[in-house]
Design a protein around this ligand. Sequence first.
Ligand SMILES: Nc1ncnc2c1ncn2[C@@H]1O[C@H](COP(=O)(O)OP(=O)(O)O)[C@@H](O)[C@H]1O
Ligand SMILES: [Mg+2]
Length: 271
Amino acid sequence: MAEKKTPKRHKVREKLEHRLKVVEKRDRMLIKDFSSERAVLEEVFDRSTLMVIYEFLNKGVIDEIHGVVKAGKESRVYWGKDRDGNELAIKIYLTVAAEFRKGMLKYIEGDPRFKGVKRDTRSLVHAWAQKEFRNLKQAAAAKVRMPKPVAVKKNVLVMEFIGKNGVSAPSMKEQPPKNPEKTYDILLTRLGRLYRKAGLVHGDLSEYNVMIWRGRPLLFDASQAVPLVHPMADFLLRRDLTNLNRYFKRLGVKVLSVEECYRRVTGSGES
Ligand SMILES: Nc1ncnc2c1ncn2[C@@H]1O[C@H](COP(=O)(O)OP(=O)(O)O)[C@@H](O)[C@H]1O
Ligand SMILES: [Mg+2]
């Protein structure tokens, strides 16, 4: 994947990763004080990203931004609050994480909502954040329970925080459901709604992208979800269902066949 990297880029990346690590350590100790948060933010993000965050703060979309909930290679999720004290998740895609450009491209190409998007890394990362926002909007309109989208600009996505007091609800990976049969059934119903009412395939379904919240499963991480017209939609749906079955089979659930799941989700009568 990264064969073509020049030594210089390697170095920059190494440096950056080191800085991220240092910052992450500090983030854990972070408290409400925005001035110290600003110092940290400035180390991680470029000017453009900072401007977006400040704009959200000025407009009151965000009232407080606290420490990092999760720092991945491609994005960082921060915990924040709005003016009414509602908890927010602020997902910031790193525009410097150019390696995932290739990975993103195939999900954006073939999505008619993103026709004509420029191919430079920055534009693609912005489209990626937009895509997650729009997918969450479509899901909400179809009444599929996922984090509610609040705002998006450039590479910054603000959404409902799933969890409490800055602690995210556990993923199914971290905390297997107490009632696997029922959870499996609910997930198939949700995927069906997502498919038929929202016109979307999740595309990255696994126990890592389902949280257990108030005893029920909740799908999230929708950046790679594609509309049904996408050439990969069918393949991705079958892959999602295969992952789902693998996970629940391990928990002892008598799972349906992937084809049965497929029919249930898509609502297609014939095989
Ligand atoms: N809306 C949210 N509410 C609470 N925690 C969240 C939310 N979105 C993401 N997280 C936390 O951040 C982690 C990474 O988020 P995710 O959307 O899966 O990003 P990635 O694309 O890096 O997989 C999640 O596993 C979860 O712990
Ligand atoms: Mg994820």
